[in-house]
Write a protein that binds this ligand. Structure first.
Ligand SMILES: *Cc1c(COP(=O)(O)O)cnc(C)c1O
Length: 461
């Protein structure tokens, strides 16, 4: 682990990568190029199926192993650690199953996500429920299954009180707090601002005392949870959020006169580098920063739960789309592809916050080179802003070529947006040497009709 961690650190300090395996992502890029070529050769991609999502199974396993190793390296021996993948990042059952095989559990935030985790065979002990809007039925189900629950607010805690009065539960229970340490560069993903909707806002008047009393009054509250934010939050701020949460756990335990809070759930949020193939920052860097700033967290007194999403999957997904037409407009080259807002909603609606790298492949799926041309890479949807990239300098995309949106394994093609009734593309997992497995079939137009009230055709007449 040590040698690998150092290699990662060396590569992680620059954005460009340096050809070093592991840190630079060169191996990952080579696997991706091979998979695109094989997908075209095998007809998974072509005129009749002009868009697919690809998932690098090797890369996903590597990231899961890096996550485990990073925290194993800093916790005291024997510390219980649960890495719970934030299902919202890539809500695909085979992905959850693969992660489970890698020892990674699931963090769920809706009845649908819980059902996905259960379909993947995740046991209750590897599942955590956090959501800001849990219904009584959801809470009852979670408590009867023994799934860990973090209460978001006093009203939710009152519902849990009622359930605990009417029976017992094996569920580890905690409260989510908002350490209010501030936001990052993406407002919509900053969960620790003063007015965030999540958790109990610790610095609000009386709130800290309310939280401490809530624990003193309820011996069954044994966990404490915070998730300081996602993409755009600097590591130092994430560390500060964890340090605040740890400080609160220490205060609760001091005032309780016993080790009541025995597990800290530190959330997810490790940012992803969308600018190159390099993995930076790494789990190892974050774990070391935490160990330096909050040594007591890892001295063996606290179990640990993490909830990483984007950082586990983003760099292992690629959406590849055929260039249906290549045209010029007002002097600008425009490649009209089959990937747009339906698979990259964030990038299309907020391109400044979510730029994506685009790789060009020729009609046979080979990496394209040639003179670099300033061009737009457009999607298929009927509005002008449906662009994956605007004014991008890259080898000219021509009719029949393929454009690949990189680093889209989390919060992109798994998050279909039904604009223009465009079908959900198929998703394939890939291994080296052209091996593929269906992760999700493409939606059919018949399914679109059925899901759009097809059986209720006469409902309004
Ligand atoms: C979204 C979310 C995560 C995962 O965030 P990433 O940025 O994808 O790592 C973890 N915990 C909670 C509570 C979340 O809402």
């Amino acid at each position: 682990m040590g040698a690998q961690g150092e290699a990662e650190e060396a590569a992680g300090s620059g954005m460009g990568g340096d050809g070093q395996e592991g840190g630079s992502g060169a191996g990952r890029a080579a696997r991706r190029d091979e998979a695109v070529r094989a997908a075209v050769e095998q007809g998974l991609l072509g005129p009749a199926s002009p868009i697919v999502g690809l998932l690098d199974v090797t890369g996903i396993r590597e990231s899961a192993a890096e996550l485990r190793a990073a925290f194993d390296a800093v916790v005291a021996p024997g510390t219980p650690v649960l890495h719970a993948f934030a299902v919202k990042a890539t809500p695909l059952v085979p992905v959850l199953r693969l992660l489970r095989e890698e020892g990674v559990g699931a963090e769920v935030a809706s009845p649908g996500e819980l059902a996905l985790a259960r379909a993947a065979g995740l046991p209750p002990a590897m599942t955590v429920l956090d959501s800001p809007a849990k219904t009584p039925a959801e809470l009852r189900e979670a408590l009867s299954l023994g799934i860990a629950v973090n209460a978001d607010n006093p009203q939710e805690l009152a519902r849990i009180d009622a359930l605990m009065l009417s029976g017992t539960s094996r569920s580890p229970l905690g409260i989510r707090v908002n350490p209010q340490v501030g936001g990052g560069s993406i407002e919509a993903l900053s969960t620790a601002t003063a007015t965030s909707k999540f958790g109990v806002a610790l610095r609000d008047e009386g709130a800290r005392e309310w939280v401490v009393r809530a624990y003193l009054d309820r011996p069954w509250l044994t966990r404490l949870h915070a998730h300081t934010g996602s993409q755009g939050i600097p590591l130092s701020l994430m560390v500060k959020g964890v340090a605040e949460t740890y400080g609160l756990a220490e205060e609760i335990n001091r005032r309780a006169g016993r080790h009541q809070v025995d597990t800290l759930d530190i959330g997810g949020g490790l940012p992803v580098n969308f600018a190159s193939d390099a993995t930076t920052p790494t789990y190892a860097q974050y774990a070391r920063m935490l160990a330096e700033a909050v040594p007591g967290l890892f001295d063996g007194r606290y179990g640990l739960v993490t909830e990483f999403g984007r950082s586990l999957l983003a760099k292992h997904g690629t959406v590849v789309a055929r260039v249906e037409y290549a045209k010029a407009s007002g002097g600008r080259a425009v490649a009209v592809t089959h990937a747009g807002v339906q698979v990259a909603a964030r990038t299309v609606y907020a391109p400044g916050s979510w730029p994506l790298r685009i790789a060009a492949y020729d009609a046979k799926g080979r990496v394209k080179d040639g003179p670099v041309v300033v061009q737009d890479v457009a999607g298929p949807a009927c509005f002008a802003g449906d662009l994956l990239a605007e004014g991008r300098s890259m080898p000219l995309l021509e009719q029949g070529d393929y454009a690949a949106a990189l680093d889209t394994g989390a919060y992109y093609f798994a998050h279909h947006y039904a604009y223009n009734s465009l079908v959900r593309p198929a998703v394939y997992g890939f291994w080296p040497e052209g091996r593929f497995a269906v992760v999700r079939r493409a939606q059919s137009v018949e399914e679109i009709v059925a899901e759009s009230g097809g059986a209720q055709v006469d409902a309004l007449t």
